[in-house]
Write a protein that binds this ligand. Structure first.
Ligand code: NAD
Length: 297
């Protein structure tokens, strides 16, 4: 069993750390929130006094932090994880961050003699708790193979998407497509309402026609056709608007840097930003149908 340093014990990282403990690994944890640390130590982890302490005497480091700036601040610098960890430590960053930061931090870890992957997830808090997350992984083959048993303790689908940063690339490309397809699905239902076409009729037809997509058949944004979708519980998330907006912004940042043309991705980001600014950052992202109908309140 491995000795693991784990940083970032929030909504996702907390249950992921517990699943690593359940798999029999020993964990040294760090978080800025004392309550989050307390929850992990009561499940069997040891608390580290500062980030660097979680990197000492461990075989593996896992991070699950909010954004690229946090990842930089814990990995880089004289007192960072890369400088502190013993040569050859395996580093797994599961945070959703910008592709450029992921590539820069992995290059720094590799230059220092460590193995490192970016491994953002999908599956939400429910998937983190159940240990059924999907991991989209970028990095060298050797680091991926070493990381697999640890990812398998926290998730079900583990996909190697290519070199450093490609896990983040896969995540933001998928979520940009999801944001666009959700808005398209919402617009189709809003138009159907104006035209006197019943929700269920549109669903039955489009679910078997060329408009078929996940936003329609698994996550339908109106109540009724898919009983498990958030539309049936007043758009409680699910996947919150603020999370979707974060990923759409990361996609726009990456598109600008790479010179890719993503006009619908830009429009989706602008629409989700307007919906968040109207006070709905915590609603499920399918709730944007309310704004598209013109009655966001
Ligand atoms: P969260 O805000 O609940 O948790 C983040 C944790 O990191 C907090 O406990 C915070 O105290 C801690 N933290 C911040 N800076 C730190 C530092 N310097 N050192 C140590 N700890 C620090 O966020 P979350 O929902 O757990 O999300 C984590 C990541 O997972 C994000 O990148 C998010 O985009 C991604 N993600 C979230 C979901 C979801 O449904 N929540 C789904 C997929 C991916």
């Amino acid at each position: 069993m491995a000795r693991i340093g784990f940083l970032g014990l929030g909504n996702m990282g907390g249950p992921m750390a517990r699943n690593l403990l359940k798999a029999g690994h020993s964990l040294k944890v760090f978080d800025l929130s004392a309550a989050a640390v307390e929850k992990a130590t009561s499940a069997g982890a040891t608390a580290a006094a500062k980030p660097a302490d979680a990197a000492r005497d461990v075989d593996v480091i896992v991070t699950m932090l909010p954004a690229g700036a946090h990842v930089r601040s814990v990995y880089l610098g004289d007192d960072g994880l890369i400088a502190t960890a013993a040569k050859g430590t395996l580093m797994i960053d599961c945070s959703t961050i910008d592709v450029a930061t992921a590539r820069e931090v992995i290059a720094a870890a590799t230059a220092a003699g460590h193995g490192m992957i970016d491994a953002p997830v999908s599956g939400g808090v429910g998937g983190a708790e159940a240990g059924t997350l999907t991991f989209m992984v970028g990095g060298a083959d050797e680091a991926f193979e070493r990381a697999k048993p640890f990812l398998e303790a926290m998730g079900k689908n583990i996909v190697h998407a290519g070199g450093a940063g490609n896990g983040q690339a896969a995540k933001i490309c998928n979520n940009m497509l999801l944001g666009i397809s959700m808005i398209g699905t919402c617009e189709a239902f809003a138009l159907a309402e104006k035209l006197g076409l019943d929700h269920q009729k549109l669903f039955d037809i489009s679910a078997k026609a060329s408009g078929q997509c996940w936003s329609l058949t698994t996550y339908c944004p109106v109540p009724g056709p898919v009983p498990t979708s958030p539309a049936n519980r007043d758009y409680q998330p699910g996947f919150a608007v603020s999370m979707m907006l974060k990923d759409l912004r990361l996609a726009q940042e990456a598109a600008a840097k790479a010179g890719a043309s993503t006009p619908l991705g830009a429009e989706a980001a602008a629409l989700y930003e307007a919906y968040e600014n109207a006070g709905h950052g915590g609603a499920d992202f399918s709730g944007i149908i309310r704004m598209l109908r013109g009655n966001a309140e």
